[in-house]
Design a protein around this ligand. Structure first.
Ligand code: F6R
Length: 241
């Protein structure tokens, strides 16, 4: 794992956007794996800004998002589809039909997991962007998830519901279930870019770098991947021993 240390959130977002832009320029038909949440939002702003200024084209880009809440439709402002449309897709020249996110409001979530897993297996992901939870989750793979897991339905950990409550009016509104790429799905990506910012992630970063590879700490699996780059700010690495 290669670590790029940056000063702060702004710089992390800028360096991450530049990293992705280089990949898109080198391979205009790249398959990107994307994440939602607080961490990548400024990076998406930078990509939009670049698109406006420099016209980087996403016409041939395909995307696969990590996860989606169950029970919310894409028009629901709390859905990850809504997040992606509003934080990125609506502002660049991407073909929405090539933007894939698990469907959160199907009647058969298990069938949706199978469909999504197969779609990823058929297409492949060149570069997967990840954030990390304080408990080491990646996607919505909470501690204890098998490293061989495929796309599946999860019950969110109370700490994850708590952490995500900031995006909702009340904590009761946070969905308790989600569909997520599994750990083996994420690991199949050719390359992984992990973004980490802020003091609240410092213990997770320390555990990732200095801890053992263990299903109790999902992100530790990344040590088994041959091509991982971490962009972390000073606060995020401040807990490293
Ligand atoms: C988001 C996702 C999650 C987040 C993680 C960190 O699609 O799968 O694993 O990356 O919860 O969230 P933030 O960035 O809000 O701290």
């Amino acid at each position: 794992m290669k670590i790029i240390e940056v000063n702060d959130y702004q710089q992390m977002s800028q360096v991450a956007a530049e990293y992705i832009l280089k990949k898109v320029t080198d391979n205009p038909a790249i398959h990107l794996g994307l994440a939602t949440g607080g961490t990548p939002s400024e990076m998406y702003k930078n990509l939009i800004e670049d698109h406006k200024q420099n016209g980087t084209s996403y016409e041939h880009v395909t995307t696969f998002n990590l996860d989606e809440y169950i029970g919310v439709s894409g028009e629901n402002p709390n859905s990850y589809r809504y997040y992606m449309d509003n934080h990125l897709f609506n502002h660049i020249n991407i073909d929405k039909r090539k933007t894939h996110i698990p469907l959160g409001n199907t009647t058969d979530s298990q069938a949706e997991c199978n469909r999504y897993e197969q779609l990823i297996n058929e297409n492949g992901i060149d570069l997967q962007v990840l954030g990390i939870g304080q408990n080491g989750h990646i996607g919505f793979n909470e501690p204890g998830t098998s490293f061989s897991s495929k796309t599946h339905v999860v019950t969110l950990a109370p700490s994850t519901i708590q952490a995500n409550a900031r995006f909702f009016k009340t904590i009761e509104e946070v969905p308790t279930k989600a569909i997520t790429m599994g750990i083996s799905t994420i690991m199949k990506s050719k390359e992984i870019l992990l973004l980490v910012s802020g003091e609240s992630k410092k213990d997770a970063v320390n555990k990732l770098i200095n801890g053992e590879i263990d299903e109790k700490f999902p992100a530790s699996v990344l040590k088994n991947h041959p091509y991982v780059t971490i962009i972390a700010d000073k606060a995020a690495v401040s807990g490293m021993k």
